[in-house]
Design a protein around this ligand. Sequence first.
Ligand code: GLN
Length: 497
Amino acid sequence: MTDLTRLTAAETAAKIASGELTAVAVAEAHLARIEAVDEKVHAFLHVDREGALAQARAVDEKRARGEKLGPLAGVPLALKDVFTTEGIPTTCGSKILEGWIPPYDATLTKRLKEADVVVLGKTNMDEFAMGSSTENSAYGPTGNPWDLTRIPGGSGGGSSASLASFQAPLAVGTDTGGSIRQPAAVTGTVGVKPTYGGVSRFGLVAFSSSLDQGGPCARTVLDAALLHEVIAGHDPLDSTSIDAPVPPVVEAALGGDVRGMRIGVVKEFAGEGYQAGVMQRFSESVELLRELGAEVTEISCPSFDKALAAYYLIAPSECSSNLARFDGLRYGLRTGDDGTRPAEDVTSLTRAEGFGPEVKRRIMLGTYALSSGYYDAYYGSAQKVRTLIKRDFEKAFEQVDVLVSPTTPTTAFPIGERVDDPMAMYLADLCTIPSNLAGNAAMSLPCGLAPEDGLPVGLQIIAPAMKDDRLYKVGAAVEAAFTARWGHPLLEEAPSL
Ligand code: GLN
């Protein structure tokens, strides 16, 4: 019998629609897999067994009644614990939200339910999505299924690990500076940061509102496209949501082709700090694009070397304002409320206990950068750099259709290696951050294993805003060519667990 956890989302949906499989059987297989391996991986913070089975039963009943099923009906999904889920805990990986049960669904959660996707549970993440390794979670780290002693990326390490360990064929992440793409790169999976405003942020607990973007995670490009289509689209509840048709991502994924496309290699993403095996796989990808008929040129984006510095002023500034709502009075944890203490004291005791060190570091940095006398020097300068980065992209996209680069400078690093060295941790997002600052669309997909450590390497594709379909067109072509060459890293070669 085929192992139902090894199927792609597209195959699973087709088999459920044709009656070859029931949604309940698919859900049960994934719940059993979670039971078998998640003690080791720790991808999930909460598994909603009853809810998942009820959703699956509803899909089977719908089919029995002869109702038309959506393209992902009955497919299991792992949801990052930063999206609100009515009646189901939402912690954002933080102690401060322990015990909080949201009274409403995020728009994204609602869309998943309306599409009859079966939500298995909530995945582990760096606290409030701040980090690149999932080690900043208050609930302990997640292991990379390729090597459990290494990080699965972050902040969405639970989502990426759930895919790579076959606990779910689909997952959702959020990408503020790379938290969908970097975990995808280091686990050999596919992750897409849609154009800013392409997927609703309503009910996505805010870290840095001008950068945060929810998006699809999967094991194949087509599966990511199918999920993209379900979660994207205008939402009147999010004032930055784009009121325009969703780019034709599924069509693009089905018609992967790069012939005649102009592809730019970002010159700045190379050199010191880049692992040799990562650069080798990246060069081979560029060669492959040429062989497939793309016209490849080198493009310089001179402001990108300031992106990291600008990001680490803008993101903490916005977070220092967004996280002010966690005051010990409204949500989750409350410390020291003995009936005599003033509310201010309860707030500070709650924050002292409820926030972890990285969150505190960023609130302090952000508060400082926004304070009078420093605002222009720090926050103001960072915003200027942001404009320069946008201009670099605009100029680049006058010459090419998409840009490519490695997604990360290195493969998955060992758990513990960078946790006490914030700068080293921040460098993991060097190549992903510019797209968040500019608001355009970007994907990471597997491009092989690094020869020196046998760990997955990610290829990043960047497209102009609202041209998300180009990611899928190029991504599908690359995936097909690589699969023909060495087999898909995940579909054919299970990581050791
Ligand atoms: N690693 C980056 C940070 O720590 C990006 C996080 C994210 O995209 N949520 O801020």
